[in-house]
Each structure stands twice: as structure tokens, then as C-alpha cells.
Design a protein around this ligand. Structure first.
Ligand code: SAM
Length: 261
């Protein structure tokens, strides 16, 4: 297929960055027949990252397999916030890791850190193992982790599913038709998984450790309240450029210690 036809096919299918995508698909294809197949998949509505087999995230090419949540650029802000509170030689857990993009970014940017990651979905855990050497576990939230991590984690980064169940139907088709509901659906108000993570976090965090999670602007107050209910000292950080909101909580030992620093 000539380059101009690839761009037209992609544009007709609604791809806004048709030229850029055409170049990436051409680079990824082994030969002409392969390229036709990749373009047909993309024009058929598959996320670009599934077709390419990778997503760009904070300068990394993260392997993303079909059926695994595609890392969003805005989650780079969650990584930034985690790096800001991570002590030298600290222990980080990427909980609900999906492809492991967040943990891989932390590991790349802070080689002194020890990074663990976990996901309930076997496909996600398998994919994360391709992006993070070792220390990837499969299971339900903290229960997946080795027990010896209890009380010793400096930073939990948890990009949990946070879309309210009733809002899934209005998500873009690329997400709702291709990403699994376990990666998106956060229950009636979108905060079910975060509430469970917050409840369990204090016994896993080291003194002064942090739980950080992405949320929507509308959910920020409810998410901060969930962290406060769990005994964490909550705070909210925002990044206008990425359109990202992060809710975080610091593990405190007594009420006097509850101010954010
Ligand atoms: C929004 S995706 C985030 C993935 C990844 N952290 C990222 O930002 O690209 C949420 C992930 O949580 C996982 N998940 C949902 N419920 C879980 C649970 N109870 N325990 C562990 N992982 C869970 C899903 O399989 C999915 O990979």
C-alpha cells in the first residue's frame, strides 16, 4: 500500500495523527503484506499500542499486549509524584501494574530503587514481566506481595481502575471495546478499589511512606476522604499540562503527625 493510501485509510478511520501513525506502522511492519494487516487492524479501531506492540511512556518503549491496559501519558505525573517522595534506595510497589509501565519508569529513572509490581489479571502480570525484570506477582492487591514487604514499602503507586461503572459506556470505543473491564471499572463511584487499597496500605507502608493514586478531578475530594478514613494524611497534586490529578496519602503514626510534608 503506498504511503498516501495508508494515511488516507487511517484518516478515514478517524485517526487524528494519521501521518505519525502511518510512519510508526511502516517502521513496525516486516513487509508489505504485514503493513497491510497492521493498517487494517488500526483502521478497524484497535488501539495503536496493541498494533505496534508497545507504548511510549516517559521515554521508554513499554511492551503492551492486547487485552492489557494501555498506559496513559497523564500517568507520567503519578510517576513524577512517586519519584518526588521516594527516598534513596527506597522500595516501590507498582500495585495494579497492568503492563508495568509505571514501575518500569521508576526503575529506569531511579536505578537505586527496588521495584515490585503486581496485578490480578494473569495477562497483565505476564506482560509486566516483559517490562520489569523479576519481582512481578499475580494476585489480589497487597495479597500478591511477599509477606516480608509488610511495613517496609516506601512508595505504593496504585493506578487502580477508577471509572465509575455507569461511565464505562461513554468511554471512547478504543478503551471500552479493547481494554478489559477489570482495568477500568471502579464500581458505582469509581473509588471501590482505591478504598480497599487505602484500607490495606497502612500495614504495608514504612513509617512516613506514601500511597499515590491517579484519579479524576471530580473524584479528588472523595478519593482524599477515602485515604483519610484509612488513617493516611491525604493531599492532592495536579498537573494542568497532562490533565492529571494524583491523590496521595502519607503513613502517619499518630494524629499530631497528620500534616503533609
Ligand atoms: C487502570 S489499569 C492501570 C495499569 C497500569 N498501572 C498503568 O497505569 O498503565 C488498572 C489495573 O488494575 C488491575 N486490577 C484490577 N483489580 C485488581 C485487583 N483487585 N488486584 C490487582 N490488580 C487489579 C487491572 O488488571 C489493571 O491492569
Amino acid at each position: 500500500m503506498p504511503p498516501s493510501s495508508i494515511v488516507s485509510s487511517l484518516r478515514n478511520a478517524g485517526c487524528v495523527f494519521a501521518e505519525d501513525e502511518a510512519a510508526l506502522l511502516t517502521e513496525a511492519a516486516g513487509d508489505g503484506a504485514d503493513l497491510d494487516r497492521l493498517v487494517a487492524r488500526r483502521a478497524g479501531g484497535e488501539p495503536l499500542e496493541y498494533v505496534l506492540g508497545w507504548a511510549g511512556f516517559r521515554g521508554l518503549r513499554v511492551v503492551v499486549e492486547p487485552g492489557v491496559f494501555v498506559p496513559r501519558q497523564r500517568s507520567g505525573f503519578l510517576v513524577e509524584q512517586a519519584l518526588a517522595v521516594l527516598p534513596a534506595g527506597g522500595v516501590v510497589v507498582d500495585l495494579c501494574c497492568g503492563s508495568g509501565a509505571l514501575g518500569a519508569a521508576v526503575a529506569a529513572e531511579r536505578p537505586d530503587a527496588t521495584v515490585h509490581a503486581a496485578d490480578l489479571d494473569p495477562s497483565a502480570a505476564r506482560c509486566a514481566r516483559r517490562n520489569l525484570a523479576g519481582r512481578v506477582y499475580e494476585g489480589d492487591l497487597f495479597a500478591a506481595l511477599p509477606p516480608e514487604l509488610r511495613g517496609g514499602i516506601d512508595v505504593v503507586v496504585a493506578n487502580v481502575p477508577y471509572v465509575p461503572s455507569g461511565a464505562i459506556a461513554s468511554m471512547p470505543p478504543e478503551a471500552r471495546e479493547h481494554e478489559p473491564s477489570i482495568a477500568l471499572d471502579g464500581g458505582a463511584d469509581g473509588l471501590d478499589t482505591l478504598r480497599t487499597v487505602a484500607r490495606e496500605a497502612p500495614s504495608w507502608l514504612a513509617a512516613g511512606g506514601h500511597l499515590l493514586s491517579e484519579t479524576s478531578e471530580q473524584q479528588a475530594d472523595g478519593a482524599a476522604a477515602a485515604l483519610a478514613d484509612a488513617g493516611l494524611a491525604p493531599y492532592v497534586e495536579r498537573c494542568e499540562e497532562l490533565g492529571a490529578t494524583v491523590v496521595a496519602g502519607r503513613a502517619v503514626h499518630d494524629r499530631q503527625d497528620a500534616g503533609h510534608s
